[in-house]
Design a protein around this ligand. Structure first.
Ligand code: ARG
Length: 460
C-alpha cells in the first residue's frame, strides 16, 4: 500500500475485495474535465499566496492539460492505485511533470472539497445539456398542439368519458408541468452552482486562498459560506435527483395516456415503428415498449433519490465515505432523464393521430353537462339542472338511445324552458368553445397556452 496517496501511515495490504469495494474510478472518471478545471483554478490560487512560483504554476497547468488530453484521447492508463479520479489525475501529473512540483498542488486542499467541487462542475455542465433537450421537447409539444388544434376528443376523469376537449388541450396538459420542470431546473442550477473549493478537509483553507477568485475562475454563482457544510453537503445531488424523478413522473403519465390511446379499443393514436416492437409469438402485435419504458423508468429515478437520501440521513458531520454513494445514482438519474426526454420527444414527433377514430368516439353522453348548462343559461339553478339532465340520460337509456336522439317534446316534458334550440347543445365544437375562461379548452385559450409555453421557453 506504500504507493497509495494516503499510504504513509499504512503498513498492511488492503484486502483486494476492499480495494474494489472502495474504488470509484470506474464511474467517477467521467468527471476528468471538472477535476482538471478545478485543479487549474486551485493552482492559480496557490500561486497568488506564494505556495507556487510562476514556473511551477506553468508546469502544473501544462501538465494538467497533458493529462486532460490523455483522457480525451482514451490514452490515460489506469494504475491499480488509482482509487478515484482525483488520485488518478494527481498520480499522473506527478509522472508527467515530476512529483517535486506536482506534490504541491494539493496544499491546503482535500479530496473532500475537491470531490464536492468536481461534482458540482460536472453536474452543472450536464444540466446545460438537459435544458436544451427539455426545451426541444416543449417545442415539439407546442408545434403539435398548434397543428392539431381542431381535433376534438373525449376528455376523461377516472378514465370515464367526461367532457369534450381539444386534443391539443390534452397535449398541453402534459406540456405545462414539463414547462414548470424547465423553470425548476434553472432554480436547482443556482444551488448546484455554488463553490465548495477552499474549504479544505473540513475546517477551512490554512493558506488563505482567495475563494472569491476561485468562484470567478470556475464560474460559480456563489461561495458555500461554511467549510464543514461545503464538504458535507450533497443536497444539490438530491435536488437534481428529485428534479429527475419529478420530470420522470410527468413523462410517465403522458406515456400511460398514450399507451391507452394506442390500444385497438381506443385507436386514437398509432406509435411510429421507430418506437414500437413486435411480439415474438403474436404477429398482429405492435407493443408500445418506448412508452412502457418511460413509465417504468420513473420508478428507477425515484429509487435513486430515495436510496441516496437514505444513505445520508444519519451520517455524522462533514465528509464520510458514505458520500461516495452519491455518484452512481446521480449518474444513473442523469442518463435516465436525458434518454427519456429524448425518447418522448421522438415518440411525440412521430406519433400518428387518427381524427376519424377520435371523432367516432365522441358521443352525446359527453354533452350531458352542456345539457344542464343550457338551463343554467336560462336562470335555472345548476343543482336542479344537473338532476334534469340526469333524467334525460335515464330517459334515453330506458329507450335504448342517446340524449341527442330525444325530441324537443321529451326535453320540454323534463323542463318547460327547454326550447327548439336545445338541438344546438349536441355540437362538440360548440361545447369546447364554451370553455373559454383562461386555461379552458376553447381554441383561443389553447392558443394562449401555446404562447405561454413559448414565452417561458424564450426566457431560458
Ligand atoms: N472518491 C471519493 C468520493 O467520491 C473522494 C473523496 C474521498 N475523500 C476521503 N476523505 N476519503 O467521495
Amino acid at each position: 500500500s506504500g504507493h497509495k496517496l494516503w499510504g504513509g501511515r499504512f503498513t498492511g495490504e488492503t484486502d483486494p475485495l476492499m480495494t474494489a469495494y472502495n474504488e470509484s474510478i470506474h464511474y467517477d472518471k467521467r468527471m476528468f474535465n471538472a477535476d482538471i478545471d478545478g485543479s487549474k483554478a486551485y493552482a492559480k490560487a496557490l500561486k497568488q499566496r506564494g505556495i507556487l512560483v510562476d514556473e511551477e504554476l506553468e508546469a502544473i497547468l501544462t501538465g494538467l492539460e497533458t493529462v486532460r488530453d490523455e483522457w480525451k484521447q482514451g490514452k490515460f492508463v489506469l494504475q491499480p492505485s488509482d482509487e478515484d479520479i482525483h488520485t488518478a489525475n494527481e498520480r499522473r501529473l506527478g509522472e508527467v511533470i515530476g512529483t517535486g512540483i506536482a506534490g504541491k498542488l494539493h496544499t491546503g486542499r482535500s479530496r473532500n472539497d475537491q470531490v464536492a467541487t468536481d461534482m458540482r462542475l460536472w453536474l452543472r455542465e450536464e444540466m446545460k445539456d438537459v435544458k436544451k433537450i427539455l426545451i426541444n421537447l416543449l417545442q415539439v409539444f407546442a408545434a403539435r398542439a398548434e397543428k392539431e388544434i381542431d381535433i376534438v376528443m373525449p376528455g376523461y376523469t377516472h378514465l370515464q368519458r367526461a367532457q369534450p376537449i381539444r386534443w391539443s388541450h390534452f397535449l398541453l396538459s402534459h406540456a405545462l408541468p414539463i414547462t414548470t420542470d424547465l423553470v425548476r431546473l434553472t432554480e436547482v442550477y443556482t444551488r448546484v452552482n455554488q463553490l465548495p473549493l477552499g474549504a479544505g478537509a473540513l475546517a477551512g483553507n490554512p493558506f488563505a486562498v482567495d475563494r472569491e477568485f476561485l468562484r470567478k475562475e470556475l464560474g460559480f454563482d456563489g461561495i458555500i459560506m461554511n467549510s464543514m457544510n461545503a464538504v458535507a453537503d450533497r443536497d444539490f445531488v438530491i435536488e437534481f435527483m428529485f428534479w429527475s424523478s419529478m420530470v420522470m413522473s410527468h413523462i410517465s403519465r403522458i406515456a400511460e395516456d398514450l399507451i391507452i390511446y394506442s390500444t385497438s379499443e381506443f385507436s386514437f393514436v398509432t406509435l411510429s415503428d421507430a418506437y414500437a416492437t413486435g411480439s415474438s409469438i403474436m404477429p398482429q402485435k405492435k407493443n408500445p415498449d418506448s412508452l412502457e419504458l418511460l413509465r417504468g423508468k420513473s420508478g428507477r429515478a425515484f429509487g435513486n433519490m430515495a436510496g441516496f437520501m437514505m444513505s445520508v440521513k444519519g451520517i455524522p458531520s462533514t465528509y464520510n465515505k458514505d458520500l461516495q454513494e452519491d455518484k452512481e445514482p446521480l449518474f444513473d438519474s442523469l442518463k435516465t432523464v436525458k434518454d427519456s426526454i429524448q425518447i418522448l420527444t421522438g415518440v411525440l414527433s412521430t406519433l400518428t393521430v387518427h381524427p376519424d377514430k377520435i371523432a367516432k368516439s365522441l358521443t352525446a353522453d359527453l354533452l350531458a353537462t352542456d345539457l344542464a348548462e343550457y338551463l343554467v343559461r336560462k336562470g335555472v339553478p345548476f343543482r336542479q339542472t344537473h338532476h334534469i339532465s340526469g333524467s334525460a340520460v335515464r330517459m334515453a337509456e330506458e329507450r335504448g338511445t342517446t340524449i341527442d336522439q330525444l325530441s324537443v317534446e321529451d326535453f320540454k316534458s323534463l323542463h318547460p324552458l327547454y326550447e327548439d334550440d336545445v338541438a344546438a347543445v349536441f355540437d362538440y365544437e360548440a361545447s369546447v368553445e364554451k370553455r373559454c375562461a383562461i386555461g379552458g379548452t376553447a381554441k383561443s385559450c389553447v392558443v394562449d397556452q401555446i404562447k405561454n409555453i413559448r414565452n417561458i421557453i424564450a426566457r431560458y
